[in-house]
Design a protein. Structure first.
Lengths: 496, 438
């Protein structure tokens, strides 16, 4: 396999030998540090298998970060929840393991190719890569952190470490300037240090770097750092923010460049399908509904109102459908949210039109003609058959939560956020959750604005008997709720 | 662009207003165009820093004319003489010649650089000034500007590392500071904002509540300067907390006293103080400042309470004396500011540069003040000085025959230092460029 790949590349013009040599760097030097700004592109050949596997492995980590982020976890929490994945898929050990570092390097560049295509993808990629960068920086030894900065001096040329003598000479001033910021820094990490403890920390552990004040204007304006002769003195505990800004700006610039050069790659018939596939199947790191024809055979305009299907609906979809049935109408936001959800569970466009037209006209206040004139377009639009012809995806929880809240007579949104506590509790009761302690914990989640966690908890409680091994999986998409619920049911039926 | 207002012009010594012919005489014979030109061009020759620079005129009619620019020193002088404005202001250097802006798309009219500027105005001190109000000033209240400019200058030099800065009397009741270092000229608006915010420790409308402890080194240094002047400027000269038995409780002085008491952290102490002062027949600010300590020694029990009071006393000194800055002037690159050596249209005073640390006028009486705005050159006086100068020495510039002389010399020195460094830098850049060529 490997040989064949080699032979195929041999004749390609972009892999000519002469071209290749110029860009060959000394690998041990390139990988001398675990962490990297990824300034230099990889030049060695790798196999297509490696290409794909490495990309997917890195993607798994980024998806987990994205999901943590959607649940607004702190950096510390993200760190602990991706630790295992990192070890498994993208380990970076302290000893000079070139293989590991190569994989990290290549996978980053491959994903750049995958995610440079649209503004939205670029943003997501930058956000998650920057978090990964932060997590990794924090896991470095202080010595390695310093080495990393030394190594990247050429781009952080304005950074300079303050010598121990200078530090001790300026100690009182450095401490007085940074005390408040350091205190709140530790507080955000969960440590509440006293005045003297912070002082001890600064005295013993803290190093300072100095850099031109123009680089840190936000800290200058709040008088959070010591300034002398045009330089700001920044404690090393706080330099990660700066590094990550540097990382972020760099990556955003590079992604644009990659995007501009991608047409040159289009001639490659091996990589392109792979890249397209990667970017499609993971397109916005979102949960994508699988459409196995065998599984959606029972989804049609009438079955979806039956209990056998609608019992798998999450509360938001249930709420929408109930109100549609009761009022024979649903306003725009509700039609979008429910319509796309139903599309996601496998309702095809003909069945969808049947479903909506029946629901809207059954009350007698609307004729089929009016429906066709005013609402059919809307349904077909959802399926990408009208207007811009975009194949719209079902809304995930963060989309739902980001839309305007429902007004009177509107039923879209997230019930965990939009219901009053009384209404929520009675809805939960009707779903079979009656235990006071369980109800309290859900209400607590809601109080902390952890709506998707509340929903996940509801899922776990209502599927208690079916869940065998507790998979710690978080529900961030109404269709995930539905599909998983159906999957559990099928598993149970099979056993029986 | 908002400019200083001229309220009460008619009442306020209208006779001082310079006439059209006064101004023409001044522009033709006295205003040091060459020095201003060289200052803005950063070279004895015209550079883009000068030719792409915006100047604005304020005309006698009240019309305001922006986006003038000049090709050379001669053009500068001749155009100003022809226009004979009541004053002219200096704006930013643009990417293109501001004159060409009408022929080009709007997007290219971008400001590139400008001196960093600061503006302190005594009207912002009206709550603490008892000597004068509004546009009036005297030597007593000028002391606020004096100490304020020292504090700003220390910070700009020591903290930000700027070297080429000059203070200019605004002609009536304030002072401008121009920082000409190349690093300062090239700052973006974000950085400018961060510098004013750094310096503006009182915040918007003098945010009263206590300043965060521990004091930032800049605040600590400023406090050390202010505490030496507090006794003199606030307690003695201004005496804002003076009360006697004849004053009604809603008089300005009692309001000031309440203001003072609002800083006292201990409720009981502040109550005790107020009731004592209400009984006092005659109590000056000095008496009250001492009372705080005497009563505190009776009322306060724990050491931490005493520490809080001491912190509050430091806050009071800073609150009443720290310079109050106009943020927008400093933040906006395109903001225009009256040129040094213009004539203030309301007072006829020349906007002369001054040194906050040392009196530069030849008048020994002023040494006590550092700069005495009341004795500063006025257009009438220097005209007379020039007319009465009869030594027949034609070697001298006209300005050398007047009391403007020390100020123009001081300014020339500043400009020369700046130009020297600028030329050094330019030749270094050229060298580097040449090295790149093979």
């Amino acid at each position: 396999m490997f040989r064949q790949v080699k032979r195929r590349t041999a004749g390609r013009r972009n892999f000519e030998e002469s071209n290749n040599k110029k860009l060959d760097y000394d690998l041990p030097k390139l990988y001398s540090c675990r962490l990297s700004f990824y300034d230099l592109p990889p030049t060695r050949e790798i196999t297509l298998e490696e290409f794909e596997k490495w990309a997917i492995d890195r993607l798994k980590i980024l998806i987990e970060i994205e999901s943590c982020n959607a649940r607004s976890k702190s950096l510390k929490e993200i760190e602990s929840s991706i630790r295992g994945l990192l070890l498994k898929y993208l380990p970076l050990s302290e000893n000079q393991n070139i293989e590991e570092r190569m994989k990290d390097h290549y996978s980053h560049y491959i994903l750049r190719l995958v995610f440079c295509r649209t503004e939205e993808l670029r943003k997501k990629f930058i956000k998650n890569e920057t978090i990964l960068f932060k997590v990794r920086y924090n896991s470095l030894q202080p010595r390695e952190q310093q080495e990393f900065i030394e190594l990247n001096k050429y781009k952080l040329s304005s950074w300079e470490y303050v010598t121990p003598q200078e530090k001790s000479e300026l100690f009182d001033k450095l401490f007085a300037s940074s005390y408040l910021m350091l205190k709140s820094h530790f507080l955000s990490g969960g440590e509440n240090l006293t005045y003297d403890e912070v002082k001890q920390h600064v005295l013993i552990k803290e190093n300072f770097i100095k850099l031109p004040f123009e680089k840190i204007t936000n800290l200058v304006g709040t008088r959070s750092i010591y300034l002398h002769n045009g330089y700001g003195y920044l404690p090393t505990s706080l330099q990660l923010n700066l590094l990550s800004i540097e990382f972020q700006e760099n990556l955003s610039l590079q992604l644009m460049k990659t995007f501009q050069t991608i047409p040159r790659l289009e001639e490659d018939d091996r990589l392109l399908p792979l890249l397209n596939n990667l970017s499609k199947s993971f397109s916005s790191f979102k949960y994508d509904t699988e459409m196995d024809p065998a599984l959606i055979s029972d989804i049609n305009a009438t079955s979806i109102t039956s209990n056998s299907i609608s019992k798998h609906f999450p509360l938001c979809a249930k709420h929408l459908q109930n109100n549609l049935i009761a009022n024979s109408h649903l306003k725009y936001g509700g039609r979008q949210q429910l319509g796309l959800f139903l599309k996601g569970i496998g309702l095809n466009v003909d069945e969808a039109i049947k479903y909506w037209s029946h629901q809207f006209t059954k009350g007698g206040s609307m004729t089929v003609d009016t429906f066709n004139k005013e609402y059919k377009y809307n349904i077909r639009h959802q399926y990408g058959l009208e207007g811009a012809r975009i194949n719209y995806k079902p809304w995930d929880c963060s989309t739902i939560l980001s839309k305007p809240r429902p007004n009177k007579n509107e039923y879209h949104g997230c019930p965990y956020r939009d219901f009053s506590i009384d209404k929520l509790v009675s809805s939960l009761n009707s779903m079979g959750i009656n235990d006071q302690q369980e109800l309290n914990s859900i209400v607590d989640d809601v109080g902390r604005h952890d709506y998707t966690i509340a929903c996940t908890r509801v899922f776990e409680l209502t599927h208690k008997s079916q869940i065998k091994n507790s998979q710690d999986s978080h529900i961030n998409h109404p269709n995930l709720y539905f599909d998983r619920s159906r999957l559990l049911e099928r598993g149970q039926n099979k056993e029986a | 662009m908002p400019v200083e207002q001229f309220e009460d012009e008619s009442i306020n010594k209208g006779s001082k207003k310079p006439s059209e012919s006064d101004m023409l005489y001044y522009y033709k014979r006295l205003l040091p165009f060459r020095q201003i030109f060289q200052w803005l061009s950063h070279s004895p020759k015209p550079t883009k820093d000068f030719t792409f620079r915006e100047f604005a005129y304020e005309h006698r009619s009240g019309a305001y004319q922006r986006y003038n620019s000049y090709t050379s020193l001669e053009d500068f002088k001749q155009t100003v003489i022809n226009a004979n404005p009541t004053r002219f202001e200096i704006g930013a250097v643009y990417k293109i010649n501001p004159k060409d802006r009408k022929n080009l798309p709007k997007s290219v009219m971008k400001p590139v650089s400008k001196e960093l500027v600061f503006d302190i105005d005594l009207t912002d001190y009206d709550d603490i000034r008892t000597c004068c109000q509004g546009t009036d000033i005297c030597c007593k209240c000028w002391k606020f500007i004096q100490v304020g400019s020292k504090i700003i200058e220390f910070s700009l030099r020591q903290d930000f590392g700027f070297q080429h800065l000059i203070w200019v009397f605004s002609g009536r009741r304030g002072a401008h500071c121009w920082i000409s270092d190349i690093r300062a000229r090239n700052l973006d608006e974000n950085s400018r904002r961060s510098i004013v915010e750094y310096l503006d420790i009182l915040g918007k409308n003098g945010n009263k509540k206590s300043i965060k402890k521990p004091y930032h080194p800049h605040i600590e240094r400023s406090f050390e300067i202010l505490k030496n002047e507090f006794n003199n400027i606030v307690l003695t000269d201004q005496d804002p907390w003076f009360t006697d038995s004849t004053m009604s409780s809603d008089s300005k002085n009692w309001k000031c006293v309440d203001d003072l008491l609002s800083f006292i952290p201990n409720k009981e102490l502040s109550k005790e103080l107020k009731s004592k002062w209400q009984k006092d027949i005659h109590s000056t600010s000095k008496d009250k400042w001492e009372d705080i300590n005497t009563i505190a020694s009776k009322v306060l029990k724990s050491k931490s309470e005493v520490n809080y009071l001491n912190d509050a006393k430091k806050d009071i000194i800073i609150y009443f004396m720290y310079p109050r800055l106009d943020i927008e002037v400093s933040r906006q690159i395109i903001h225009l500011l009256k040129s040094p050596f213009c004539i203030h249209p309301g007072t006829g005073n020349v906007c002369v540069p001054f040194n906050p640390f040392k009196n530069i006028s030849d008048n020994k009486e002023d040494d006590e003040y550092g700069f005495n705005p009341l004795n500063s050159p006025n257009i009438r006086d220097i005209q007379n000085e020039l007319e009465n100068y009869n030594k027949g020495n034609n070697e001298l510039h006209d300005w050398e025959k007047t009391s403007l002389k020390p100020y123009i010399e001081y300014f020339s020195h500043f400009v020369n230092e700046l130009t020297k460094e600028e030329l050094k830098k330019r030749s270094r850049d050229n060298e580097n460029e040449n090295n790149l060529e093979f």
